[in-house]
Design a protein around this ligand. Structure first.
Ligand SMILES: [Zn+2]
Ligand SMILES: [Zn+2]
Length: 580
């Protein structure tokens, strides 16, 4: 009956699923790159299941694809999808579209043992989402229902990681996610080096490039359409020059996918490309027309297929050998999804040309960092946790030799499993705010202490309050210096214009030493190596490596200024020193 020989990693993924669900009912995700044969893994899991299972996908093409793969095993399964004009839910295995099931929950009022969700990065936490409605319905008939997701990119802008814990011993999020565990992951690099995917060729020589760096993404990681249009309109020649290069480079290519920023932008691009061989698909393209255009593209009657945010996942045209990116993106995952459209194997295809005209500056092999890229010069850097030694990946800056100059990580992502098998996240924070009540370390954006619930004042409110007072002084701190003064340590805070404030720590006094260590020793060397200092000499010999706060607030006390607050790792509306 087992007609297909699974590749090693496919059977590893199947084994990981079986052993996970033997241990627990908690939901799980498998990460396999596009082209790794997810449908075969799904077919094998469905074949092994003894009780009823439901396989969900968000588009009819995927429902059909997964169903076909299962049938090729010589097995029988139902299809439940309005788009495919079939509504069977009686058989042991059902391949279904999410929309159709969510609209007809009454047809799924029986016990199922497993739900498999394809392209599971689309699942959201929201109770009213179609996915959650389906999960709730089936859980009502079986509280032990198992939920497994599959995706190539377990990440979505605006939501972030779709799972919380990774099987290699780290976590992706501090709070619950749509899925609990990632139980298997295969890197893209593996697929390419083993010859299962076509290697991408990234040429860094665009004739012209958009500069989207001035735009700010909204909370869902998208750029406001109006602003993008405005930026594009102000550079009319750029689009024309890019299109000319695309045509020229496409000479030796068979299928070109162009990713545009907005509908207006896409229409402009369409105007510059050869009319007879170009087509445009947007979210508003009627379904029938869309199917016809895609079919013409696959038959290679259309050579240039332009789209606006619609063909990133679930679209499969193996002959694509040129990807032109003319849209900004903040996420490595989205970038990889786009490039992934051109990595399928096809006859006579040796590589896939990738041109990034939007200056996104991502590498296809970059790991996803999980935060939007802070600015164009940031790269993923590896930062070891001083407590659990986990190798974190954060955005950061490096010098020409690759040495880390700074990183933007906040909390260690390492995890620990206790003897009872439950997993907790490492407590170490690279950046933190102290609770004024209990001194516990909190995230720099926290409003309440995670330990005692005491309110933590927003640094902007702190600055605002201080700036209102006549007897308070606030300096934007550009640097600190440490010197000896009457056997004590003198810390001087300098602002950009030469103004300064200072305070003294009596290092021989255990209480004051402790305070110094909490403020400065804990943040030693870019928050990466906390040190407990013991002597004044020791501190002075390493004075260059202490972190400066971003703002210092002092109050008048007699004829002196007494330091009241040092704000480290400031994030807010005020400009920091030496920042434009
Ligand atoms: Zn750690
Ligand atoms: Zn507290």
């Amino acid at each position: 009956m087992n007609k297909f020989q699974l590749r090693d990693y496919q059977s590893d993924a199947v084994q990981a699923t079986l052993s996970h669900f033997r241990k627990t009912d908690e939901s799980a995700v498998i990460v396999l790159p596009t082209g790794a044969g997810k449908s075969l893994v799904i077919a094998e899991l469905a074949r092994l299941a003894k009780r009823k299972i439901l396989v969900l996908a968000h588009v009819k093409e995927l429902v059909e694809q997964n169903h076909d793969k299962y049938l090729s095993y010589g097995l029988k399964a139902g299809i439940y999808s309005a788009g495919l004009k079939q509504k069977q839910s009686q058989l042991q295995v059902t391949f279904a579209s999410v929309q159709s099931v969510a609209r007809n929950l009454q047809d799924f009022a029986t016990e199922h043992s497993l739900i498999i969700v394809d392209e599971c990065h689309r699942v959201s936490d929201e109770e009213n989402s179609q996915y959650q409605q389906i999960f709730a319905q089936l859980k009502a008939y079986n509280p032990q229902l198992k939920i497994l997701g599959l995706t190539a990119t377990p990440y979505r802008m605006g939501i972030g990681w779709v799972y919380r814990y990774h099987y290699r011993g780290f976590c992706r999020a501090d709070s619950d996610r749509p899925f609990q565990h990632c139980i298997y992951e295969l890197p893209l690099q593996y697929m390419i080096s083993k010859g299962f995917l076509t290697p991408p060729t990234m040429v860094d020589a665009p004739v012209a490039q958009y500069d989207f760096s001035a735009l700010n993404a909204n909370t869902t990681g998208n750029y406001p359409e109006k602003e993008v249009n405005q930026l594009l309109v102000s550079h009319p020649r750029v689009t024309e020059a890019i299109c000319q290069q695309v045509i020229q480079l496409a000479d030796s290519r068979k299928g070109v996918m162009v990713f545009a920023s907005t509908v207006k932008h896409a229409e402009e691009i369409l105007g510059y490309l050869p009319t007879a061989h170009s087509a445009l698909i947007t979210g508003a393209t009627p379904l029938q027309e869309r199917d016809a255009l895609i079919a013409a593209f696959k038959r290679q009657e259309v050579k240039f297929l332009i789209n606006v945010a619609v063909l990133t996942t679930g679209f499969d045209a193996p002959h694509v050998d040129f990807i032109a990116i003319l849209r900004p993106t903040q996420s490595v995952s989205l970038f990889q999804q786009i490039v992934g459209r051109g990595l399928r194997l096809a006859e006579e295809k040796k590589d896939c040309l990738v041109m990034d005209y939007a200056g996104n500056g991502f590498n296809i092999f970059y790991p996803e960092v999980g935060q939007p890229k802070p600015d164009s010069s940031s790269v993923p850097v590896q930062v070891f946790c001083p407590v659990c030694e986990f190798a974190n990946i954060f955005w950061g800056k490096t010098d020409d030799e690759g040495n880390i100059l700074e990183h933007f990580g906040r909390r260690c992502q390492g995890t620990e499993e206790n003897t009872k098998g439950s997993v907790t996240q490492c407590d170490y924070r690279f950046r933190f705010k102290e609770c004024p009540q209990c001194n516990a370390e909190n995230d720099i954006a926290a409003r309440h202490c995670h330990q005692c619930q005491h309110a933590i004042i927003d640094p902007d409110d702190q600055l605002k309050a201080a700036l209102k007072l006549k007897d308070a002084l606030v300096i934007r701190c550009a640097g600190i210096s440490m010197t000896e003064s009457e056997n004590k340590l003198k810390v001087t805070y300098h602002d950009e214009h030469g103004e300064e404030l200072s305070e003294r720590f009596d290092i021989a006094n255990p209480k004051q030493l402790n305070r110094f260590n909490q403020l400065f020793g804990r943040r030693f060397a870019q928050n990466s190596q906390p040190v407990q200092f013991k002597t004044l000499t020791e501190i002075l010999s390493m004075s260059q490596l202490f972190c400066a706060p971003d703002f210092v607030i002092a109050r008048k006390s007699g004829h002196h200024w007494r330091i009241q607050e040092r704000i480290f790792d400031y994030q807010g509306n005020h400009r920091k020193a030496n920042q434009l």
